[in-house]
Design a protein around this ligand. Structure first.
Ligand code: SF4
Ligand code: SF4
Ligand code: SF4
Ligand code: FES
Length: 953
């Protein structure tokens, strides 16, 4: 029989204290940290005190009076959830009097509760039902006919959960969890006494309120009042498996509750260190895409993209792909093909794809989507600190006094981290936001940014240099830290550089648009406000100077001594679930696993011996180079696993032309995505529910992905890559992904101590994990930097060549929205579309008025690269002169207008700065019309596919 992963509720949160307190509960001695509740102390000694309003994710409230206890020497019956332990305390949790008091409480609750337990979706998973049993309730003296709420109307507006007020016991857990854990403050208790009811917003339906559908209240509700619709439809799970969310780089641990191989619900896992029992609308609810009818479940091939597809066996599809790759290499040379590693796939799968390219293709033409997001992080942090990764745990934010968020929008992009961050801000930490938009964090319930530096897109480096200037000139440097931990010469050069008048806030004001006064205030707050932590995102990296900005951030942290302990650090917020992992395992053309250059003979020798092949010593092609080479005729074949480059990469027309020029494009994906429309071989992919493996989140945390259902098409992605490699003469032999991890660990110093056994034992591991750090490393650079001494970098501001002109007077910048994810392939196939059904162009009312644009109008957005048409949303979150859009829908063509400008060091595209003109229009752009035609044709060719009968020649 399959197991259920049990999680225990201790009633109130754990406390940490140097002072330990000993007491007796029902004669059992227990020692707990000072500040612990009697309820928790009892639970830790194995005694469960009845409770309803308490749960250990939120502070005690003391409203239900079910948890009463007797304490020797005290009068009355205190609530154990709100009573704090004292040394020598003697507590009794059971007595005749307590029994009768608890029964009385339960009678009152049950007299106003429907008696439909047998047909209730929570039957067997209801704390009210459990407590009725625990206190021995047998009848209700007050009967069921008095005033009650049994006829209250259900709210079914949310696609994922219902609110049935008839079942509500007004325990307030939902309200508190929405405030304390999620930080949205969407719920209140309206009315008093008997009339008390839980209401969303201003007595709105949930969907009309501020609720962001994180589901925390559903999880906290002890009854079926707030209940997942999936449980109402399917019933409760009979076993559960802990796995990791496949959406963003937070990497939340989720408990998949299952009925056979059907997911019933996802419950955030309390012991998951990245999320500690919380999740967002994507991870908790948006998993239905995995079994969507659009899933590709049969391999397909065709000779040209003008032909209809033919369904074939796996053998035939793989044989076709292998023979095409061999043919192309024979004709055009070894370097004429390459592969793309997916940051949505597991570490083990990414590792196999890069191994396939290096060992079977015989070149280094492998790259990953980090190229278009965080490659500057890798380069910039490696250069300055010595390691291409963030320095902290997410939990570390709880110790930060000042939090600087640059070019990131955590409430939409990294929601569970945002909740932790907001909690710290509510406790009094100061917030500095550097962003062209007034993101939610700037002003949200009980959160106000101390400074919002609303800079012009493309001027991050000028702003960061101005902050550094103030720190140096006003004597705010941590001289002792710098002397002990950083390279002298590089520091002095940097100090001289940032001290120059051109970097003074008064000089950069004209460049960035940020008032000098605000820049000075922010610099002083960051440098002198205690522990200061920086969190940044793609608003830093996706620029022509992305790498420079990352180095400028590292400079700030080193200059103020904010590295190497809790509450500080430099923290890239990674976009996709496994983008950290795909970089770690060697998916870049210049690096083998563990960020070791392919030019290093010793590293190459290690892999050559393990793989039994000779490796090229020169870096291979980056993704944009592959496209250029395709158009010049030297690159002819691509294996693309789990990425939709046509939608996600800049300058869509260029990408499409490059793919059209190739002779064999192999796409491995769960859906017929935009890139697949240019493919010759379609290999069905497997979702995160269908395979074992690991993901590595933005904290460097390696977590297990566990298979809960068989792959819909028969094979997990790693098995498919392995079979393709064998057909190309590379003898890959693995019977389980744990063996792939063993190989990664054997060949990669920072992974040396990682194994599935250890992951199962510890739950997750932050690399480096090796001889020096057997259980991993939560905080990096503690006593010294990974590279020895920290290296300051001179970060001169060089304006982007993408300039506004009379023809293109506005700057377009892009970002994400909470309910959608990346190219939207997954979330567009869930009920999340109810929140975001189309990408829109946000435009400031002044710019809109100048152009005669009203909210909802269709507008044409034209750049030097192309044009597209979206509907306008008027918003003063932007400054005049800046427009903004998301990029979750293929027909929006956000990347038709982004240019092919890119970061000087890594080629990361400059998505965040495109000069555009916006004008009202009446019809779709030329590109959109062409896209619609091409897409319709491809859909027809897919629908006209011939079933699996014919043999491949
Ligand atoms: S909805 Fe649930 S959690 Fe909220 S007060 Fe009612 S019973 Fe308690
Ligand atoms: S789903 Fe989340 S945001 Fe919405 S009311 Fe519940 S806790 Fe608050
Ligand atoms: S915050 Fe990210 S990892 Fe966590 S549930 Fe949401 S999408 Fe998944
Ligand atoms: S659990 Fe203590 S008062 Fe409700």
């Amino acid at each position: 029989m399959k197991e259920t992963v049990l999680t225990r509720d201790y009633g109130t949160p754990a406390r940490s204290s140097a002072i330990q307190v000993s007491l007796e509960v029902d004669g059992i001695k227990v020692t707990v940290p000072a500040g612990t509740s009697v309820m928790r102390a009892a639970a830790e000694s194995g005694i469960n005190i009845p409770k309803l309003c308490a749960t250990d994710s939120i502070e005690a409230f003391g409203s239900c009076r079910l948890c009463l206890v007797e304490i020797e020497g005290r009068r009355g019956y205190p609530a154990s959830c709100t009573t704090i332990v004292e040394d020598g305390m003697k507590v009794r949790t059971q007595s005749g009097k307590l029994q009768s008091l608890r029964k009385g409480v339960m009678e009152l609750y049950i007299s106003d509760h429907p008696l439909d337990c047998l047909t209730c979706p929570a039957n067997g998973d209801c704390e009210l039902q459990d407590m009725a049993g625990v206190v021995g309730l047998r009848d209700v003296r007050y009967g069921m006919d008095g005033a009650n709420h049994l006829a209250d109307k259900k709210d079914e507006s949310n696609p994922y959960f219902t609110y049935d007020p008839a079942k509500c016991i007004v325990c307030n857990r939902c309200v508190r969890v929405c405030e304390e854990t999620q930080g949205t403050f969407a719920l209140t208790v309206s009315g008093r006494g008997f009339a008390s009811r839980i209401t969303a917003g201003q007595n709105d339906a949930f969907m009309e309120s501020e609720c962001v559908s994180c589901g925390a209240c559903v999880q906290a509700c002890p009854t079926a009042t707030l209940q997942e619709k999936s449980v109402i439809w399917l019933g409760q799970g009979e076993h559960s498996v802990v796995t990791t969310c496949a959406y963003c780089g937070v990497g939340c641990a989720l408990k998949a509750e299952m009925k056979g191989d059907q997911v019933v619900r996802m419950v955030p896992y309390k012991d998951g260190k990245a999320n500690e029992g919380h999740a967002c609308v994507k991870g908790r609810f948006a998993w239905g895409y995995a079994t969507h009818c659009d899933r590709i479940t049969t391999p397909m091939i065709r000779n040209a993209i003008t032909e209809a597809w033919r369904e074939v066996s796996w053998d035939d599809a793989l044989a076709f792909a292998a023979s095409e790759f061999k043919r192309i290499q024979a004709k055009y040379g070894c370097d004429s093909i390459g592969g793309i590693v997916s940051s949505r796939c597991t570490n083990e799968e990414g590792y196999l794809v890069q191994k396939l390219v290096r060992a079977a293709f015989g070149n280094n033409n492998v790259d990953t989507c980090a190229r278009v997001c965080h490659s500057p992080t890798g380069y910039g942090l490696k250069h300055t600190l010595g390691e291409s990764a963030g320095t902290q745990t997410f939990k570390s934010v709880e110790r930060a006094d000042v939090i600087m968020v640059i070019g990131a929008n955590p409430t939409d992009g990294h929601p569970v981290f945002a909740s932790r961050l907001k909690k710290r801000l509510r406790q009094g930490a100061k917030l500095i936001v550097i962003d062209p938009r007034r993101i939610d964090l700037v002003k949200s319930p009980h959160v106000r940014a101390a400074c919002h530096l609303q800079l012009r897109p493309g001027t991050n480096v000028a702003v960061l240099n101005a902050l550094a200037h103030v720190i140096v000139v006003e004597g705010l440097l941590d001289e002792a830290f710098i002397a002990a931990r950083c390279e002298d010469m590089a520091f002095n050069t940097w100090r001289q550089f940032v001290s120059q008048p051109e970097n003074a806030p008064e000089a950069t004001e004209a460049i960035s648009g940020v008032p000098a006064r605000l820049l000075r205030e922010a610099a002083r707050t960051y440098a002198a406000g205690g522990n200061a932590a920086i969190y940044y995102g793609l608003g830093v990296t996706e620029h022509a100077q992305g790498t420079t900005a990352v180095m400028a951030i590292a400079n700030l942290a080193m200059a103020t001594g904010n590295v190497g302990r809790e509450g500080v650090g430099v923290n890239p917020l990674r976009g996709q679930n496994n983008v950290q992992g795909s970089c770690d395992i060697g998916a870049f053309p210049h690096e083998l696993a563990g960020y070791r250059h392919v030019g290093d003979a010793a590293t190459r020798a290690l892999f050559e011996e393990a793989w039994g092949v000779e490796l090229q010593s020169e870096p291979g092609l980056r993704i944009p180079n592959m496209f250029d080479a395709a158009l010049d005729g030297s690159f002819r074949g691509l294996y693309c696993q789990g990425e939709d480059i046509v939608q996600s990469d800049p300058n869509t027309q260029h990408v499409a032309a490059a793919l059209s020029a190739m002779e064999c494009v192999v796409v491995q994906d769960i859906f017929f995505n935009e890139t697949a429309k240019y493919a010759h071989v379609l290999l069905p992919g497997s979702s995160f529910l269908e395979k074992d493996g690991t993901f590595t989140n933005a904290e460097r945390r390696i977590s297990r992905v566990r298979k809960v259902m068989p792959p819909l098409a028969g094979y997990a992605d790693w098995e498919v890559t392995m079979q393709l490699a064998r057909r190309l003469g590379c003898d890959m032999q693995y019977s389980h992904p744990s063996e792939i991890m063993e190989e990664i660990a054997r060949l990669t110093p920072s992974f040396r101590g990682v194994s599935y056994e250890k992951l199962d034992r510890l739950g997750s591991i932050q690399w480096p994990c090796n001889e020096e750090a057997a259980e991993g490393t939560s905080i990096m650079h503690i006593d010294q930097f990974v590279r020895g001494k920290g290296r300051f970098a001179v970060t001169r501001f060089i304006p982007t060549t993408e300039k506004v002109t009379r023809k293109y007077p506005l700057i377009l910048t892009t970002g994400r929205i909470l309910s959608q994810y990346n190219v939207g392939a997954q979330t567009r196939r869930t009920e999340n579309v109810r929140w975001h059904l189309e990408d829109r162009l946000e435009i400031h009312p002044h710019d809109a008025e100048d152009r005669g644009i009203r909210d909802g109008d269709w507008v044409g957005i034209e750049s030097r690269a192309g044009s597209t048409v979206l509907r306008a949303s008027l918003s003063d979150r932007l400054q005049p002169g800046v427009v903004y859009t998301t990029f979750h829908f293929p027909g929006s063509g956000a990347n038709v207008i982004t240019t092919d400008n890119s970061d000087w060091a890594t080629n990361c595209p400059e998505y965040k700065v495109t000069a555009v003109q916006v004008l009202p229009v009446a019809h779709a752009s030329d590109w959109q019309q062409e896209y619609a035609r091409f897409s319709d044709t491809q859909t027809r060719l897919m629908e006209a596919r011939s079933p699996r009968v014919e043999k491949v020649r």
